[in-house]
Design a protein. Sequence first.
Length: 203
Amino acid sequence: MDKLDFKKTMKPYWQPPVGQFVVVEVPRLNFIKVDGKGDPNTAVEYGTAVQWLYTMSYTLKFTSKSDGRDYGVAPLEGLWWAEDMSSFGSGNKDDWLWTAMIMQPDWIDAAMFAKALDKAKGKLGAPPPSLRLEAFDEGLSVQTMHVGPYSAEAPTIAKLHGEFLPANGLVENGHHHEIYISDPGRTAPEKLKTVIRQPVRRR
């Protein structure tokens, strides 16, 4: 059985250069998503969301493999924003809004999702109300690879918004997006790889 390797098929979107901003056209992709609010380091809601995302993703993977289509589970991703963006910029994480999500192969459909959900309920109980399978069409975006702890991302984000976008006639067109390529439980903070992405439109 051939195994779909997202690390190869998604390389243009998961492996941007370090220290350099690049413009990409992100295709329409399917995700399992959960919405929430609060500091991801301390909010129980965020931990619960991540647990459900991985449980659903692995359940779907094993179901798909038994049907003859295997693949590796994709990394965790997050959309981040705040109603008052000064809270987002100042690091007041309790006011942060987020969508935690994991990409799924395009053949994962509503019926497969429903079956996986029934299995996951048996392990975890009631799911988060916002848990869903949904397409995400991000389109034109600017991205770079950040290497280091999450707490050190601010200068790169500031350069993206304060220098690169204005210099290239681009403006924000969606939420700040991060893709967590490295497993923080197995990777030293200074070696963590995180894709920083911003959907944009031309002025």
